[in-house]
Design a protein around this ligand. Structure first.
Ligand code: 4AZ
Length: 276
């Protein structure tokens, strides 16, 4: 279990965060991850420069330490937020998602404990019926917000064939998740620059028959760097991978964080979201 690698803090709220994050587990057995610094190997970022990045929050389930943050998301329409389906699994939340009464989207706030921005309740949840928890294929859900976010919060979704999917394209991943691969969760938004990888690299890293999860080019996308070090990590799930100013992926899974031979796997935005 991944959770056993995390030092358990004696502070009660922190225990809640660690346990919750451990529940949002990668589907491939993890090994020690690169410990170089939500997103490993990245840098702090401002939501002013990326207003479509949001945090999913439930203080009831995950405590107040980091404003209840447990996953990322991305605004694809004024009242629609895309995230990963696995973020809303009952074994992650402790209850069925439609019974999570204080589920909120936090927008416009770089530092989770800082002021400003919006905390918007969720009025409806759509989970991709084709989501397969065993293979992690189709890992997308869409939240309907009880209020619209202001103009300027929405990012366009890249369509199939968009040049932004070309291998080698520079992309940026955002999140408030683990910055070390060892359970160091960020209060400030982080971002890291990665490259879109060819499908063959990912198929090689995550072949069929090596555990339940495998790379599927039709519904997934891979990104990373040759040397590793920069990657999404636990707690970043559901957050955006952006290239050419468009959404190309949602943080979904991977083996560890920042390992050269195990790139991050993303839900391919074009096949799973309506073009906007
Ligand atoms: C996770 O467990 C997770 N390095 C997310 C992204 C990656 C690994 C694990 C990619 O939510």
């Amino acid at each position: 279990m991944r959770g056993t690698r995390h030092p358990i803090s004696s502070r009660r709220a922190a225990v809640g965060v660690v346990a919750a994050a451990a529940a949002v587990a990668t589907l491939v057995a993890p090994a020690p991850a690169a410990a170089d610094g939500g997103v490993v190997g990245g840098h702090t970022a401002q939501v002013a420069d990326a207003p479509w990045v949001v945090a999913l929050s439930s203080r009831d389930r995950f405590g107040r330490t980091r404003a209840g943050q447990f996953c990322g998301g991305v605004v694809i329409a004024p009242a629609k937020v895309a995230t990963a389906a696995h973020c809303l699994r009952e074994d992650v939340l402790g209850v069925a998602p439609d019974r999570l009464e204080d589920l909120k989207v936090i927008a416009g706030r770089s530092s989770l404990l800082g002021p400003g921005g919006y905390e918007v309740p969720v009025s409806a949840i759509w989970i991709n019926p084709a989501y397969d928890p065993d293979s992690n294929s189709g890992d997308v859900a869409v939240l309907t917000l009880a209020q619209r976010l202001p103009d300027g919060y929405t990012i366009p979704v890249a369509r199939a064939g968009d040049a932004a999917y070309t291998p080698g394209t520079a992309a940026t991943v955002y999140g408030w998740g683990d910055t070390t691969g060892q359970g160091t969760y960020a209060s400030r938004l982080h971002a890291a620059e990665v490259s879109v990888l060819p499908d063959e690299s990912c198929a090689r890293a995550y072949p069929a028959g090596k555990g339940p999860a495998r790379y599927r080019a039709d519904t997934m996308l891979c990104a990373g760097t040759d040397q590793g070090g920069r990657d999404a990590c636990q707690g970043d799930s559901g957050g955006p991978l952006v290239a050419h100013g468009r959404l190309i992926g949602l943080v979904s899974w991977g083996s560890g964080c920042g390992r050269a031979d195990s790139p991050g796997v993303y839900t391919r935005a074009s096949t799973l979201l309506p073009p906007s």
